[in-house]
Each structure stands twice: as structure tokens, then as C-alpha cells.
Design a protein around this ligand. Structure first.
Ligand code: PEP
Length: 252
């Protein structure tokens, strides 16, 4: 069974609510007819509900950029999976900015993945090595550790998406090579097969993220292990995000 590609736009800490609504309005008519690719937009938290309302009845999916691991309680500033359930389909977990700027541990990320799944949210679990780790030849060890801890308490991968995002490629204009990313993602798939079986590994969607643009994305999508993109900068312009989705559709 071919895997349905996903192109997910991580808007990070960009767009006010009116700007988010305007951006999705421009994208919507171009994205709607492309049904062979899952199109996901991940705006800041405050824009989730207005976009949920605006996208109601369309096939464009909504994702959150983060979630906390607990349902409710004294966790000032956090958003729980219970609050996101029914509002978003996806949630990005373990993005390198969460790991490195906000000190999220492998263990916390594993708890977030479990909590998201328990509330019917589909995690997009991000893994990726830093430049220093890459130069030290530690890429495989790092992504393996992040994968194992991220999925520590996950029994079924049916609703999980993985994203390989080398930290040194994010927002730098310096993407990985398609061949290099494909090799790491192939290794991730092998590790998944060992624990969850060949069928689960074959069905698992693995996205590449890191300075994706319409200029380089077709070369990534041509790789056998790459099932789509998690896109930052290029998802903030309607033209480029729509172009990426069209490029992914051309591979189906
Ligand atoms: C990201 O935010 O996950 C990302 C990959 O950003 P960019 O596409 O800007 O490198």
C-alpha cells in the first residue's frame, strides 16, 4: 500500500490571528482540490480555534505545534491534549526548538506522545541531530535514542508520524542532501521494523524537515523513504506552501 504523503506547515511563532486567517484563506482554494496529499497547517495556539472554524468541512488538516503531557492542573502557560482534542488532528512533538531552546527532555517528549495518542491526536514526532553530533558521527545514535524514548510507551504506530529534521538544517537555508536524509530515514524505518514489525514500518510515514523549498523539495520527494515534508519558512507564504503540496501530489 503506498503511503499518503503529508506536507505540514509549522508556522512557529509567526502570524497574528487575522494574519493566520488571511493566510489560510489564500491557501484554501488552491489546496482543497489536491486530495492525494494530506495538507496540514500548524499555526500558533491562539489561531487554532478560528482556523478550526474556518477549515470546518474542508479536507485541510490542522495541527498544534506543541502539547503538554498532562490533562489539567497547575501547569501555568501549558495547553493540554484534552483542550486540543476535537480542535486539531495533528500535534508536533519534540521539535528541535522545543528540545534545545526550551530544554524538553527525551522522557518528557515520550510522555507527550503518549498523552496525545490517548486523546486521539496524531503526533508528528521530530527527531534530529545537532551539527556537532553530525560531525562526531553520532547521527544514528541520536535519532535512535530520540525515537526509542519518544515511542517508549507507544504500542501501535497507526496514528504516529515521524519527522527527521537535522537541527543544522532547520531555518539555515542549508538542507541535508536528499540521499543523506533518505539514509537516516531508512535506518529509522529499520529500527521501527525491529520493534513493531515490517508491516508497521512499511506503513509509517516519515517526513523530512530542514530548509525545504519548492526548489529542493522534488529531490527529497523522489527518495523512497521520504513521505513528505515538515516545513517552516516556506509554509508561511501561500505560493510556496501550495507549490510544495503540488510537488508532493505529483509523486502519487
Ligand atoms: C521546521 O520548523 O520544522 C523547519 C524545518 O523549518 P524550516 O523549513 O524553516 O527549516
Amino acid at each position: 500500500m503506498p503511503r499518503t504523503p503529508i506536507v505540514a506547515g509549522n508556522w512557529k511563532m509567526h502570524t497574528t490571528v487575522p494574519e493566520a486567517l488571511a493566510l489560510v484563506e489564500v491557501m484554501r482554494s488552491a489546496l482543497e482540490p489536491i486530495t492525494t496529499v494530506e495538507r496540514v497547517v500548524c499555526p500558533p495556539f491562539v489561531a487554532l480555534w478560528p482556523l478550526h472554524e474556518r477549515l470546518r468541512g474542508t479536507s485541510i488538516r490542522l495541527g498544534a505545534q506543541n502539547v503538554y503531557s498532562e490533562e489539567k492542573g497547575a501547569y501555568t502557560g501549558e495547553i493540554s491534549p484534552l483542550m486540543l482534542a476535537g480542535v486539531v488532528d495533528y500535534v508536533i512533538i519534540g521539535h528541535s526548538e522545543r528540545r534545545h531552546l526550551f530544554g524538553e527532555s527525551d522522557e518528557l517528549i515520550g510522555r507527550k506522545v503518549r498523552a496525545a495518542l490517548a486523546h486521539g491526536l496524531q503526533p508528528i514526532l521530530c527527531v534530529g541531530e545537532t551539527l556537532a553530533e553530525n560531525e562526531a558521527g553520532a547521527t544514528e545514535a541520536v535519532v535512535r535514542r530520540q525515537l526509542e524514548s519518544g515511542l517508549a510507551e507507544v504500542e501501535s504506530l497507526e496514528h504516529v508520524v515521524l519527522a527527521y529534521e537535522p537541527v543544522w538544517a532547520i531555518g539555515t537555508g542549508r538542507p541535508a542532501t536528499p540521499e543523506g536524509a533518505n539514509a537516516v530515514m531508512g535506518r529509522l524505518r529499520e529500527l521501527i521494523a525491529v520493534r513493531y514489525g515490517a508491516a508497521a514500518a512499511e506503513a509509517m510515514r516519515i517526513l523530512y524537515g530542514g530548509s525545504v523549498t519548492p526548489e529542493n523539495f522534488p529531490s527529497f520527494m523522489a527518495m523512497p523513504e521520504i513521505d513528505g515534508g515538515l516545513v517552516g519558512g516556506a509554509s508561511l507564504k501561500a505560493d510556496s506552501f501550495v507549490a510544495l503540496v503540488r510537488q508532493a501530489a505529483a509523486t502519487t
